[in-house]
Every structure is written in C-alpha cells, then in structure tokens.
Design a protein around this ligand. Structure first.
Ligand code: URA
Length: 438
C-alpha cells in the first residue's frame, strides 16, 4: 500500500472541493477496510463528499476500490444440461412494502435465467429482503460460493447475505447511517453497485424508487442516480438498465416481514395486489430482455404455477419449510374510519415508520426484528370508505408499541369528503430504461 498518503490531507482535499486521485481513493478504502483509518477520519471525509460530491471518475474508482475490498464472484461458466445459463439480477434502492424480489426471482428463474441475488437486512423504515425471508421456518441466507453455484444451476435462483462481497461497503454504510451521510448520490451509487457488481450477475436491472418513502424524493434526483449506476455497470462490463418507480404509496397491502411473504405467495399463486404483480412482471421483462430470453412470457409462469415451483425449490434448497405456518404477531389493533368518504393518499414513509415502530425493522445493525410485526392496508387510495370500516391493522408482539406506531400513522393518510380534490392515480412505472450502456 502506498504510504505517502495521510488522512487529514485527503480530507482537506475534498473539504476544499478538489478531486481525489485514484491512488488516494484506493488508499482510503483499503486503509478503512483494514481498520487503519479511524471512524472519525472517515466520517469527516464522508461529510466532505456529501457536501462537495465526487465526479464520475472518482465515483467509478471509489466503486472499484469497494469491489476490490472483497470477493468478486463470476458465474459466466454456469451450465445446465450442457447449455450456458444467462445470469441476471435486479436491485431496488429500497421502499416500503417492497416484496418484489420474492416473486421476481422465481418468475425469472422459471423463464430459464439464473438469479444470484445478494440481499441485505432492513435498516430504518425500509424493509430488508432477508428479514422477510427469515420469517420462513429454517430459511438460511448464508450460502457458500459452492452451494450458491449449485443452487443457481439446479434451481435458477438464490437469495443470500452479501457476506464477503464488498466488505468496505458494509463498514461505510454503517458509518453513513450514523453520520447523516446516506443521501449522497455518488455514495449511494457506489454502495449499491459495488455489491451488485461483486455478486457476478452478467446483467442488472435497477428499480430506482422515487417519492416520500424512498431515498430519492424527486424524479430528477432519481434519474441522476439511475444514470450514475447505469454508467458504473457499463464501466464494469455489466449491461445495466434502470426503471424509476413510484414510492409515494406502499407497494401492495402489507408492510412487514411474514405478512409480506404471505402476499408474495399470493402473487406466486396467480393472485395478489395489482401493483405488486405489475412491477414484478415489468422488472421480469427487463431482466429477461437483458438475459436474451425475451421470448418467454413472465405472466404465464404465475398462471401455470412454474414460478411457485421455482420459489418453493429455492426456499427448500436454503433449508426453509413453507409447510410450516408463517409467524403471526401476538397482538393486533385495527384502525377504523371515523367517517365515510374516499381514502386519500397513503404516505409510504408514515406506513414504513409505523411498521418499524411495531418491531418489523431495526434501529441499529445487528438488532433482531419481529417476524410477525407490520401493517395491513385495507383501503387503497381512491377506495370508498364507510364509517367504522377497517382501514389498517397493526401487528406486534409487544403491545406497548401500538401508541408510538399509531402516532406515526396519524397524518399519514386522510379520508376525503365530497368537497376534497379526488386522488389522481399515479403511474407505478414513472420512467423506463435510460439506455443500456454496455
Ligand atoms: N442501498 C444501498 O445498498 N446503499 C445505499 O447507500 C443506499 C441504499
């Protein structure tokens, strides 16, 4: 490692709005991952980056250094019955009620691709795919590379803990979370893409969320983030497409862990909420196009049960048992309509925070979550509501959480009267692919 660098000088370079050199970025990431750079120094640098930004070249180098901090997998030689199997994955920038990964990996696998999906646990108001899956009895997210390869060959899908992939990101993300430096475009882009490029899928689809429940509140910000990540994919030889999708309202009718798995199973059985089905099929079509399998019909796999078969096979391969009933929270409380009218907008952030207060999410990395906690939404925006009808059901094992949870939900929705402006339905897919750059 080059010893000519020192942290105070490099922090000052970025503080004063200058570029970090390639060597400086490599040194910073290597030193921090190895524990040679103090959290205080990296915190100061992250804040300088947050305020001053990084240009495209710095962001690409920062991403490459994070990838190099761990293992980079490669499934280019995957074969089934002697034929190559294309690999493709998707990543969502995080939303409320976002259980799309569960049906999506199964649909894409049923269409003939292999999906190596490295996932994370939730932090704050956005849920984590692994937290949801771990509500299934026996499910194990820790897969060795050998088991992962075997599962991708036999089943076509695996959802596993990022583990040794981009360990620099795990450290940096935890530090960003406690230093108010998460919402920086180059830091988010490099964080997402370092894990996804290390994971070894040959192509990638990004679901960039926009709205109250997302990191990106405006379509313009989300477009900038999407373009940055598409460029990073291209620079690493991984064809990448991005969709911008609405996250002002939670996806589907459930927010939590086990209750989201139950909803994903409804979708896999050919039913489920229309928005969850629409986003699953839209993302599947993008993934299949990148994998060269666009003659397959993803909707048919939900109708004919082949996606459900793939999902069951994936869960079984990872030790899970879908025959065991999903956990149910010990306590529930229903919020009813005080009067009649029409359900107005439901704020995704408010519902995400409600689920978090109920115990579905964690405040610090490493904390446990309640498998049964969460929120069921009975009336969607635009639905007619009668006085006394159930609007939301809240679930938790710890009833003392109902008070703070109800306080979060209050103000997150409104029953509209005849004199109010009616809800204008928002398109779920805001914008499509900004262009495949590789
Ligand atoms: N998701 C990530 O993986 N990283 C971020 O920085 C934000 C969302």
């Amino acid at each position: 490692m080059n010893q000519t660098f020192d942290a105070p000088t490099l922090i000052a370079v970025k503080r004063d709005g200058h570029r970090l050199t390639d060597g400086a970025i490599d040194w910073l990431i290597e030193s921090y991952t190895a524990g040679h750079l103090a959290d205080e120094q990296m915190s100061a640098l992250l804040m300088a980056i947050f305020l001053r930004g990084m240009d495209a070249h710095e962001t690409a180098r920062w991403t490459a250094a994070m990838i190099a901090s761990g293992e980079r997998m490669d499934f280019g030689d995957l074969r089934r019955d002697g034929r190559p199997v294309p690999t493709v994955d998707k990543h969502s920038t995080g939303g409320v009620g976002d259980k799309i990964t569960l049906p999506l990996v199964a649909v894409v696998a049923a269409c003939g691709a292999a999906v190596p999906q490295a996932s994370g646990r939730g932090l704050g108001h956005t849920g984590g795919t692994l937290d949801k899956l771990e509500s299934i009895a026996g499910f194990d997210a820790a897969l060795s590379t050998a088991r992962l390869r075997e599962q991708l060959t036999d089943v076509g899908a695996a959802i596993f803990a990022a583990g040794a992939l981009a360990p620099a990101d795990a450290k940096l993300y935890a530090l960003r979370d406690i230093t108010a430096t998460v919402e920086s475009l180059p830091l988010i882009a490099s964080s997402v893409m370092s894990k996804k490029l290390a994971e070894g899928a040959a192509a990638l689809v990004l679901d960039v969320k926009v709205g109250s429940g997302a990191f990106m509140k405006s379509p313009a910000q989300a477009r900038e983030l999407a373009d940055m990540m598409v460029e990073l994919g291209a620079a690493h030889g991984v064809p990448t497409r991005a969709l911008l999708t609405d996250m002002n309202t939670p996806l589907g009718a459930t927010v939590g862990n086990a209750i989201e798995v139950a909803e994903a199973l409804e979708v896999l059985a050919g039913g489920g909420p229309a928005d969850v089905v629409e986003l699953t099929l839209t993302l599947a079509a993008e993934m299949l196009a990148l994998a060269g399998l666009d003659r397959r019909d993803p909707a048919a796999t939900l109708a004919d049960g082949t996606a459900m078969d793939r999902f069951t096979a994936m869960i079984t391969a990872q030790g899970g048992d879908l025959a065991v009933p999903l956990p149910v929270a010990a306590c529930s409380e229903t919020v009813t309509a005080p009067g009649g009218g029409t359900m107005g907008e439901i704020d995704a952030m408010a519902v995400g925070m409600t689920a978090w207060r109920l115990g579905a999410g964690r405040a610090r990395p490493g904390e446990g979550v309640q498998a049964g906690a969460g929120v069921r939404i009975h009336r969607r925006p635009g639905d007619p509501v009668r006085a006394g009808e159930a609007l939301f059901t809240l679930y938790t094992d710890t009833p003392e959480r109902f008070g703070p949870a109800c306080a979060e939900l209050d103000g997150g929705y409104r029953i509209l009267g005849a004199a109010d402006t009616p809800v204008v339905p928002r398109p779920l897919i805001i914008a499509g692919d900004p262009g495949m750059k590789a």
